[in-house]
Ligand binder design. Structure first.
Ligand code: SF4
Ligand code: SF4
Length: 482
């Protein structure tokens, strides 16, 4: 059996507040009883509640923490901290404000840095802010149960003062019914709570925090966790362990609103995320399945329908979105660089007499927000259509000299492999966009340019190794024949 005990720390606060009616100290007896717990052979947890008084006593707090550790407690693993909060109805005011909680956290951390207690601060003392606590869910009612001796069920000790959060009686209902009633009770309770704050809606740590405990927000009439400030400081102090996750958080905020406070979406200024359609995961809607049903797309995506030739060495190009890899080429102004477009790609969607061209799109690694979608994309540097007059007819299709194009745009190219050339034909591109219009799944699968492409550096050959080291893609540069 595990024993959990809570007492005032530093002990000087016990001495100040926990006296008998006659004003006599209870400290000695309490400390003796606390020390009795040391010999308990099974799991034990001790905790304390931190409020305003603690801010003036951080040195004492840390000293008593060490003292308890020296007297047999493992204060690295068995101790945690909670923060006092004031109910609006209590008229009490022992709660630290947001900034003061951060001050307390940083004050303790500063005093234990480099000791074994530093680990305690990061991992144990504030573990209610980490994963796995009752607060870390959209609805705590379906998974947390406290059963009173008469069989009445509440989610937790806090809830026992909340008649609306009695889920039922375990002597009359089975666990599934209790869980269903619990979830419904918390939904109704959250619905009557203050509307989730704009700060929480935009918070990249919502995936960890979920705006805290609904009862605490209710008692405070707050719209975010009363520990919001320290939670953010705690997460930011450990970015590897608690990285900001804006996308996951946005989805969870959306679920929170839809389940608990759907009235928030009556206001169209509240941002919401696109409802995720699981059909996109159906393998029949995968881009490979769509291509398999469409001979034109099979040509459009055929590996090697476009070939890059550098100083006589050739490499087949492909769509990096489809193949999951990217071709890279280290080019210099002295190189002979040619592109070859195969006949089947040239003929795609190009009937007798159609006016076709090779379409080159040059992009670079500057992020730009474009168009109606307002999506952030690579910056477009140049688009060029090369008609047959500028191309060379070959046995296998059409060929073009890329060197003049590269020289013309050299001043716009970025160092390293920060440049990308996408290659298709006018008619193939038309087919691609017509397919977009006909098939939403194709559109979603190919929302970024899906054509044959390669990344390249453009500079002195001596810079190439340096450029390679700087590439975010880590793929080999184009060198030998293959
Ligand atoms: S009401 Fe608050 S303390 Fe109780 S189970 Fe839910 S989140 Fe936890
Ligand atoms: S840390 Fe929690 S309470 Fe604070 S803004 Fe983020 S989700 Fe809201």
């Amino acid at each position: 059996m595990s024993i959990s005990g809570s007492f005032d720390l530093p002990f000087s606060l016990h001495e100040k507040f926990r006296v008998t009616k006659a004003g006599k100290s209870t400290l000695r007896r309490t400390v003796d009883n606390v020390l009795l717990l040391v010999s308990y052979p099974h799991r034990k947890q001790i905790s304390c509640v931190v409020g305003r008084e603690h801010l003036e006593r951080i040195d004492e707090f840390v000293a008593d923490l060490r003292w308890l550790d020296e007297h047999g407690f493992d204060m690295v693993t068995d101790f945690y901290i909670m923060f006092a909060y004031d109910s609006l109805n209590s008229g009490d005011s022992s709660q630290l404000d947001q900034a003061q909680m951060v001050e307390f956290f940083e004050g303790v951390l500063d005093r234990v840095r480099g000791t074994k207690f530093e680990r305690a601060v990061y991992y144990e003392c504030f573990k209610e802010f980490t994963h796995g606590y009752c607060t870390h869910q959209i609805n705590c009612g379906a998974t947390n149960f406290l059963v009173q001796k008469n069989g009445d069920v509440y989610p937790c000790h806090r809830a026992q003062a909340e008649p609306d959060l009695k889920f039922g009686n375990i002597l009359q209902l089975g666990l599934p019914e209790i869980a269903a009633k619990g979830a419904a009770a918390i939904r109704a309770y959250e619905s009557a709570n203050e509307d989730l704050s704009a700060e929480c809606i935009a918070c990249e740590y919502f995936y960890l925090c979920y705006a805290g405990c609904p009862i605490e927000r209710n008692n405070n009439r707050g719209n975010r966790a009363y520990t919001c400030g320290i939670q953010k400081a705690f997460y930011r102090a450990q970015p590897q362990r608690f990285p900001p996750k804006p996308d996951a958080s946005r989805r969870l905020v959306d679920s929170f609103i839809r389940q608990n406070q759907p009235h928030l979406y009556d206001d169209l200024s509240v941002p919401r995320v696109v409802k995720f359609k699981t059909e996109i995961l159906d393998e029949n809607n995968a881009v490979t399945a769509i291509i398999a049903r469409d001979p034109q797309l099979q040509t459009l995506f055929r590996r090697g329908a476009v070939t890059l030739e550098v100083n006589g060495l050739r490499r087949e190009l492909f769509s990096s979105h489809l193949y999951g890899r990217m071709t890279q080429a280290a080019l210099t102004p002295e190189d002979e660089v040619r592109l070859h477009v195969a006949t089947d790609l040239w003929d795609l969607n190009a009937g007798e007499g159609a006016l076709n061209a090779v379409k080159l799109q040059l992009l670079r690694d500057e992020r730009v927000v474009y168009g109606d979608e307002q999506r952030e994309k690579m910056e477009h540097v140049a688009t060029v259509d090369l008609y047959p007059a500028e191309l060379v007819r070959t046995d296998a299709g059409w060929s073009l000299d890329l060197a003049p194009f590269l020289r013309q745009h050299a001043h716009l190219l970025l160092p390293g492999y920060g440049n990308l050339l996408s290659v298709t034909t006018l008619k193939a591109r038309e087919y691609h966009y017509a397919k977009h219009a006909r098939n939403a799944f194709y559109h979603l699968n190919t929302v970024n340019l899906p054509f044959h492409e390669f990344r390249f550096s453009y500079g002195e050959r001596g810079d190439v190794e340096k450029q390679k080291a700087g590439t975010p893609l880590g793929m080999p540069a184009l060198r030998g024949a293959d």
